[in-house]
Design a protein around this ligand. Structure first.
Ligand SMILES: C[S@@+](CC[C@H](N)C(=O)[O-])C[C@H]1O[C@@H](n2cnc3c(N)ncnc32)[C@H](O)[C@@H]1O
Length: 197
């Protein structure tokens, strides 16, 4: 993960973080409002500056969140402090960080779509370790139906069905558009809600 950490470190240091819209994901909020994420303990993989971890904590979840960029987690800690909520933040590689487990819920926005390209077996081993049968996972991932020169990594429906379907049942698959730090750029994405078999 050394190269990837370096790239994300540089992105946060330079402020080139288009995914960091500063507002909670509308798609996450829709799924929460629909009552599709039952449980208490949630793990957010690759939490960035913590906007969604804070939203989850505000809604009463016991939130653990991990990211390997120290600067991002520092900002996330400050955001949680300002919001008056408690989140257990960890700096480390999500694939082998000691975050406790297993969790009722797993959430990632833009992390599966990245990690699958680096070490899919390692990523899936971690997902198996931090979940148990009936745990749910909401993954928000770039869609391969649209290509961009500078957009997020993408995955096709056939790919995610093949990669995730062994361990998870698909409860809901929807298309939506990622919010970014620019109104003009809203890349097509998958909202993949799963339940561990
Ligand atoms: C596209 S950004 C999304 C950040 C955040 N989820 C959001 O929606 O704002 C991907 C995030 O995952 C983190 N990340 C990527 N691979 C990781 C890994 N193996 N372990 C921990 N964090 C990772 C990056 O540092 C970055 O913050």
């Amino acid at each position: 993960m050394a190269n990837e950490l370096h790239d994300f470190d540089k992105a946060y240091a330079s402020g080139r973080t288009p995914w960091d819209s500063g507002v909670p994901s509308l798609e996450l909020r829709r799924v929460l409002d629909a009552g599709l994420l039952p449980g208490r303990r949630v793990l957010e993989l690759g939490c960035g500056t913590g906007t969604n971890a804070v939203e989850l904590a505000r809604r009463g979840y016991e939130v653990t969140a991990v990211d390997f960029v120290a600067q991002a987690v520092e900002a996330a800690r400050a955001k949680a402090g300002a919001a008056g909520v408690k989140v257990a933040f960890h700096v480390g590689d999500a694939l082998n960080a000691d975050v406790g487990g297993s969790f009722d819920l797993l959430f990632d926005r833009g992390v599966y779509h990245h990690c699958r390209r680096v070490d899919l077996p390692g990523f899936m081993k971690m997902v198996e370790r931090v979940t148990r049968p009936a745990s749910r996972w909401l993954s928000l991932a770039g869609s391969a139906k649209e290509t961009h020169e500078y957009g997020p990594p993408t995955v096709s429906e056939a790919e995610f069905r093949a990669e995730l379907g062994g361990l998870f049942e698909f409860l809901e698959i929807r298309e939506f558009r990622f919010g970014t730090d620019s109104e003009a750029f809203r890349p097509l994405a998958w909202s993949i809600l799963m339940k561990r078999k």
